[in-house]
Design a protein. Structure first.
Ligand code: WT7
Length: 665
């Protein structure tokens, strides 16, 4: 047992507990102790390019070795390892056929209904090769874009790997996005095919996927799409368009189980993943091949201390970047055994995560703070689903990702899931960063609940003020990364100007990567604590959403004249969505307001997806505005929290409407 040691001095946000990694963990860790960490940090500082070149040679198999590590000529459009050639699928699969992993289990697939399917590296390799040959038979080739709209499945991972194998750039769209969101992404990416399933099975329910693809394609504008490949998951009834749609089994069954990988340049776009920003339209974050793979493999070793005997489980969805780096690519690149889970944490009961850890003897468990918080509530209410009711002794490392974890949830996770014997890696990163950026190293960094602690070696994270000047520890500011790193975003698909202006703003000198988060470093330890987004981006249950995106969806409804969306702190989901709406008709009250609010929620679900539905909708005759007509969002945030307004409202044009906006429909 690892006792908490009280430390003098103020931690990031007043947290004073410090937990050291267990000595036995440190002894066997990839990065063993703070001296080892500091040595890596020093190596990167001494010879930045040499550091990355060494790691890229050690962790990635190159078909053509690179000679140039970093090209900064056209900053911020950085190029890494640009004259090297490689293939990601080769690195993730073929490598494991000759290093003794061929018969090792790559994937333990735990279906929604509890059925288990094991897939070895040899089998996964054959599956991916057949899939890749099938895609080739449709005429899909290097550089083509393929949209993947799939549930959590072996086939979903195989689809990604198959694209990587033939040099096609995939864009996975989360299965919870609506037809309209899917259509917009297909059009922006100019995709030639969609890979989907008939339906998905989640929480005991069958939910449509193919029908949503049909709906998206019927909306028009998707003329680049030639084929829809359909994996039969449930056997549910679906429509088939002759000549366009093809069953996955018909596509792959007669294909050869070997497929020569397409060797691509290190900068070749491996994938595009759409994420929300502060404008109404999502942006296609484009990642490269070589640098991304390096970071996926290396962080599996550094942050997760992955060992050959581990059973690793990341509960994320392949629709998000976590499911890319820490399911589809990272674990396979290092030859790990991983659990892939189709279902939801609460089905058939809220102990499903713990039961699954027990069942597969999971050793490394990586999940989101929202899931932890909701399972705390569930196990408070029902002892049977409490982690203590399961044998979790196989666990040796825990991780969290996606949003800040509050110290109470951290402590509960540490005590009840980790039995005070497992380090917790609170990994701060983003879709744009490709992999972990700031996180404890489990065998090195003393942990402080609620702090993501220190940057990984080679990651030059810092906190600056609005002019780009460093701020001293203990003073909050803007989180930046001062030097390019291999797995960083390369551009925004179709929009290099937005990439440059948004991530390398001139105000900060044009050279620093702007993460979009505020942060503070502890006075004594230099530990980072993320204080939340500094832009109009919300984080609801770890799902990233733009307030403008939701506002645009709301005003697209014929009833709505104006809308403003803000985040409100929420005990379980981190933040919740609160929408202030002005209708074209008179302000509704009572039952009328309830009915219209329900209508608008359904509407947003159709425009974006169920995750974007506002939890609260409040109607006003108007919104609080300055005399020049600017919506005063800071007042809306105060109102959303249910607090009374103490700020100066003298610039407010119409103070009377503040009263109306206190009331939730
Ligand atoms: C945003 C990125 C990281 C992959 C999944 C989400 C927030 C993420 C943490 C953390 C505090 C965190 C940030 C970030 N975030 N991890 N450990 N502590 N905040 O990726 O959808 O691109 O969202 O999630 O606000 O900017 P994403």
């Amino acid at each position: 047992m690892n006792a908490a040691t009280e430390q003098q001095g103020q931690q990031g946000l007043g947290e004073t507990r410090v937990f050291n990694p267990p000595a036995a963990f440190t002894a066997n860790a990839a990065v063993s102790g703070m001296e080892a960490y500091n040595a890596l940090v020093a190596e990167a500082e001494r010879d930045y390019e040499g550091f990355w070149a060494r790691l890229a040679r050690e962790n990635v198999d190159w078909q053509t070795p690179f000679t140039r590590t970093l090209n900064e000529d056209n900053a911020p459009f950085y190029k890494w390892f640009e004259d090297g050639k490689l293939n990601v699928s080769y690195n993730c699969l073929d490598r494991n056929l000759t290093n003794g992993n061929a018969d090792k289990t790559a994937i333990i697939f735990e279906a929604d209904d509890g059925t288990v399917t094991n897939v070895t590296y040899k089998e996964l390799h054959a599956k991916v090769c057949k899939f890749a040959n099938g895609l080739k038979s449709l005429g899909i080739k290097k550089g083509d874009r393929v949209v993947i709209y799939m549930s959590m499945s072996v086939e979903g991972v195989a689809a990604m790997q198959a694209c990587a194998r033939i040099g096609a750039t995939h864009s996975v769209v989360f299965g919870g996005f609506s037809a309209k969101s899917l259509q917009e992404r297909i059009i922006d990416a100019g995709a030639v095919a969609v890979i989907t399933a008939d339906e998905q099975s989640r929480g005991g329910k069958q939910l449509p996927l193919k029908a949503i693809v049909d709906e998206a394609l019927a909306m028009g504008g998707c003329d680049t799409i030639k084929n829809v490949v359909v994996y039969k998951r449930t056997g549910g009834n679906i429509a088939f368009t002759e000549g366009r749609d093809i069953w996955l089994s018909d596509l792959v069954d007669n294909q050869a189980a070997e497929c020569e990988p397409e060797w691509v340049e290190a900068e070749h776009p491996l994938f595009i993943l759409y994420t929300s920003g502060s404008t109404g339209t999502p942006k296609g974050v484009q990642h490269a091949t070589g640098g991304y793979l390096l970071w996926a493999a290396l962080t599996m070793k550094w942050s997760f201390d992955i060992k050959p005997s581990d059973v690793y489980w990341c509960t994320a969805d392949i629709g998000w970047v976590t499911g890319h780096t820490y399911i589809a690519y990272g674990p396979t690149a290092v030859g790990a055994t991983q659990v892939i889970f189709e279902g939801v944490p609460t089905f058939p009961h809220a102990g499903r995560f713990w039961e699954t850890v027990q069942k597969h003897k999971v050793t490394i468990f990586y999940t989101a703070p929202t899931a932890i918080r909701s399972l705390i509530k569930a196990s408070d209410a029902d002892e049977k689903v409490h982690p203590k009711s399961f044998d979790l002794s196989s666990l040796r490392l825990l991780g969290t990702v996606g949003e800040p974890i509050n110290p109470e949830a951290w402590m509960w996770y540490y005590r009840n899931v980790g039995r005070e014997a497992c380090p917790i890696v609170d990994t701060f990163w983003q879709t744009e960063t490709g992999g972990h950026m700031i996180t404890p190293l489990p065998g090195a960094t003393p942990m402080v609940p609620g702090s993501c602690t220190l940057p990984l070696p080679g990651i030059m994270a810092a906190i600056v003020d609005e002019s780009g000047a460093d701020v001293p520890n203990g003073q909050g500011g803007i989180l930046v990364v001062k030097r390019p790193w291999p797995s960083m975003i390369r551009t925004i698909w179709n929009n290099p100007d937005r990439f440059k202006a948004g991530y390398f703003p001139e105000e900060l000198g044009g050279k620093y990567y702007l993460a979009g988060d505020g942060a503070i470093r502890n006075k004594d330890t230099g530990y980072f604590t993320i204080t939340g987004r500094i832009d109009d981006v919300l984080n609801v249950s770890g799902h990233r959403m733009g307030t403008m995106e939701i506002e645009s969806a709301l005003v697209a409804n014929p009833l709505v004249a104006e809308a403003a969306v803000v985040g409100k702190p929420d005990d379980t989901t981190g933040e919740s969505i609160c929408a202030f709406v002005v209708l074209k008709q008179a302000r509704p009250t009572g039952e009328d307001a309830k009915r219209i609010a329900a209508e608008l929620r359904t509407w947003v679900g159709k425009e974006i997806g169920p995750i974007a539905k506002p939890k609260e909708i409040r109607f006003g005759d108007n919104l609080p505005k300055t005399r020049s007509g600017k919506i005063m969002r800071r007042l809306l945030r105060v109102l959303a929290k249910g607090e009374s307004i103490t700020q100066d409202v003298s610039t407010l044009e119409n103070p009377a409407i503040l009263e109306q906006l206190k009331e939730t429909a």
